[in-house]
Design a protein around this ligand. Structure first.
Ligand SMILES: [Zn+2]
Ligand SMILES: [Zn+2]
Length: 258
């Protein structure tokens, strides 16, 4: 069982429960803390809205008081292109405690050309179950790496879900910058071979996240238990288990720079 679940959604984006509902579910399951990590602003259908940041922050504080569970305000920001830019702006930083980022479909991109270089090709390759071209892998890897280098991201969500990066190269970059690789328990996003390679050939650390879109899934680790039956990941490299608390890069960045 995890102590912290850093990736839960609410009605502010694509989830079915409120911030308090997620906190109550976390309390019931014995978690020490959760992050509300709703989808970033540039997703027209599911994205959270910037104008609600203040309200969300207040609701997190109230939910924490009411439940005794630590409730962080996070965001699952979207990568916007090859430049690695995300839709979390520096002016939003003061509201946010935990910075998650991932690649999602149907977001409003930084430049239209990114659709052809990378988003569109990932979409068609995954929907048509084609094998990805070397160029697509190269571009997707570059987008992830640029995002990790250029933003103080705490957690990279569901690496390679519906897209095709060189996962080992991305994991090496995560290790270098102190960003966690998420073990997402909502979806299978890496092959067993990729997990094994990452565990054996890098020293990147991990967090397990439910990516809950409903309160009943907060803290759910069942997909991780399945993975563990095939791949061994040392507990000491998973920083939201066994009383560990992750070292969050974004907090350190804010302390130093804001
Ligand atoms: Zn996601
Ligand atoms: Zn999510």
């Amino acid at each position: 069982m995890i102590d912290y679940d850093f990736h839960t959604h609410t009605t502010f984006s694509h989830g079915s429960g409120s911030i308090l509902d997620n906190a109550l579910a976390a309390k019931q399951k014995g978690l020490k803390g959760i992050a509300i990590a709703d989808h970033g602003f540039s997703h027209p259908a599911f994205g959270m809205r910037r104008k609600y940041l203040k309200q969300m922050k207040m609701e997190c504080e109230q939910a924490q008081k009411q439940t005794g569970v630590e409730v962080f305000l996070g965001i699952e920001s979207n990568l916007l292109g090859l430049s690695g830019k995300t839709d979390l702006k520096v002016e939003d930083y003061s509201y946010i405690d935990v910075f998650l980022a991932g690649i999602h479909r149907f977001v409003i991109l930084d430049r239209a050309s990114d659709y052809f270089k990378f988003f569109g090709s990932n979409f068609f390759t995954s929907v048509l179950k084609l094998s990805p071209s070397d160029k697509l892998v190269k571009n997707t890897t570059a987008a992830y790496i640029n995002a990790i280098k250029n933003n103080p991201i705490d957690i990279l969500t569901h690496l390679n879900f519906c897209c095709y990066a060189n996962s080992l190269e991305v994991a090496k970059c995560l290790e270098d910058y102190g960003t966690y690789l998420e073990i997402n328990t909502k979806k299978v996003h890496l092959t067993d071979e990729e997990w094994q390679n990452i565990v054996d050939k890098t020293n990147v650390n991990f967090v397990i996240d439910s990516d809950a879109h409903s309160p009943d899934r907060v803290g759910d680790c069942s997909l991780y238990s399945d993975l563990l039956s095939r791949i061994s990941i040392p507990n000491k490299r998973i920083h939201n288990l066994c009383g560990n608390k992750p070292n969050l890069r974004f907090s350190a960045f804010k302390e130093k720079n804001l």
